[in-house]
Ligand binder design. Structure first.
Ligand SMILES: [Ca+2]
Ligand SMILES: [Ca+2]
Ligand SMILES: [Ca+2]
Length: 461
């Protein structure tokens, strides 16, 4: 029987510090989960990286046992322990699709972004790995099939199928197993679906932005967006940009066009290839006016460079409605702000000294080494010129080490970390230099009392 263990690194480190010795304003939101095969699955986006809503659950032709015949247990981080625990609590921890069943999931507080390496991971209980069709969508209507031979419990790479650094808000998983009359537990079982490459997303309903309406009545936008009338939720867009320092802010403007001609035109205009997908303009004058007010605030008081803001319009958003959500139709008219992180390969291609947020992109994530896989997590204090680091490594399944704290300095390309080998209770320090091509961290570690040696980390894709 497999088990999932959550290793909350941040909590571990806080406990190890003396009282009052808080980690300043830094925060490490990242999370690492065990796969059913006991590999470590790293989520830079933390608990937010996982799917947030079930849009549709369709049980298969041959059904799963009734308790698991539901979609909601696929939401949030993985939480399966064992079948008996589910039965006793009468609470399923995974969604059984049954043979040929499917589930469509929506990401609300984050989006999946196609960055270098794998972008998506589907957790399935125990040692199972089921054949599935996996599709992603930005608008919930036009879908991209990620290819044949995909399975649960494996890393899935979108690999440019939606364009470079494309973002997606939906995932659809369809079981591909054969209907076997003898199978008592047919189809894929979905414990959790997470974005390995995740972008923070803030969603605001259009009517939450009506404080801006003075703008459309001819007053200057500054007076409308100045002072206490700006809701905290909207201020959060500027604050998140300042703290995350993303490569790009994508503003998705969704609206249901009220022009009746749009909905009663010939069938050719409602062809699926014509519908959905972003456009560079909108036919909805209200959406256009409000977008102008929003972008004026963002580039003015919000201090977000217009050159790093991308506006995409989605007209005729109505068919995305999920009928069992109260006031779902209000979500047809909304703004979504997606904070796209830096692309590691692009950053590496840049010459010269890196900015802290770019350096964090290069250091963050998985590295191979002769002492096992190393996972480095980064945090950037806006006031600091260095990247803060925590992490872990596994010499083997029984030997877990903790990177308790550390820094990377983009001026010198040096990384200094304090280490703890839990299996031998040895503490020490490591010093590494980032190679010119950013693919290696070469250095050594030294125990506080004794021990030490060379240590080479090589970037893992
Ligand atoms: Ca989420
Ligand atoms: Ca990718
Ligand atoms: Ca679950």
């Amino acid at each position: 029987m497999g088990t999932f263990k959550t290793f909350a690194v941040a909590a571990t480190v806080v406990t190890a510090l003396a009282a009052g010795e808080a980690i300043a304003s830094e925060s490490f939101n990242q999370r690492i989960y065990d796969s059913a095969k006991h590999t470590r699955i790293y989520f830079r986006g933390g608990t937010a990286a996982f799917a947030d809503e079930v849009v549709e659950y369709k049980g298969g032709k041959k059904k799963t046992p009734h308790l698991w015949e539901t979609g909601d247990p696929a939401l949030g981080p993985p939480n399966f322990k064992d079948f008996e625990a589910d039965r006793l609590a009468r609470t399923p921890t995974f969604s059984g699709l049954g043979a040929a069943g499917s589930i469509t999931l929506r990401f609300v507080d984050n989006a999946i972004v196609d960055l270098p390496g794998a972008d998506l991971y589907i957790f399935e209980p125990l040692e199972n790995s089921s054949p599935v069709k996996v599709e992603v969508s930005r608008d919930g209507r036009s879908w991209i099939d990620l290819g044949p031979d995909l399975t649960t419990a494996s890393e899935i790479d979108i690999a440019g199928k939606g364009g470079k650094n494309a973002v997606f808000n939906f995932v659809r998983i369809t079981d591909q197993s054969n209907v076997d009359p003898a199978d008592q537990w047919p189809g894929a079982d979905i414990d959790a679906v997470g974005a390995l490459n995740s972008a923070t997303k803030i969603s605001l309903l259009d009517h939450d932005l009506c404080f801006m309406d003075t703008n459309t009545k001819g007053k200057k936008a500054e007076s409308a967006t100045d002072g206490a009338s700006v809701p905290d939720t909207f201020k959060a867009v500027a604050e998140t940009f300042a703290s995350e320092r993303p490569a790009k802010l994508i503003v998705e403007v969704y609206s249901d066009t009220h022009d009746p001609k749009e909905h009663h035109s010939g069938p050719s205009e409602t062809d699926s290839s014509e519908r959905g997908g972003p456009a560079s303009d909108t036919k909805n004058p209200h959406a256009k006016a409000r977008t102008a007010a929003v972008t004026e605030f963002l580039s003015g008081k919000g201090n977000i460079p217009a050159a790093r803001t991308q506006i995409d319009y989605f007209d005729d958003a109505r068919s995305m409605a999920r009928r069992d959500v109260p006031k779902e139709h209000e979500r047809d008219n909304r703004f979504e702000f997606i904070f796209v992180p830096y692309d590691r390969n692009t950053v590496i291609g840049d010459k010269g000294t890196l900015r802290v947020e770019q350096a964090a992109t290069i250091i963050d994530g998985k590295w191979d080494s002769d002492q096992g896989e190393v996972i480095l997590m980064t945090s950037q204090d806006p006031a600091s010129k260095t990247v803060s680091i925590q992490g872990e490594w596994h010499e083997n399944p029984a030997r877990k080490g903790i990177v308790q704290s550390g820094t990377f300095d983009p001026q010198t390309n040096m990384m200094n970390v304090s280490l703890y080998r839990t299996w031998s209770n040895v503490r020490g320090n490591g010093e590494f230099k980032l190679s010119y091509d950013s693919a290696r961290l070469k250095g050594s570690w030294k125990g506080e009392v004794n021990g030490g040696g060379d240590w080479l980390l090589i970037r893992k894709e």
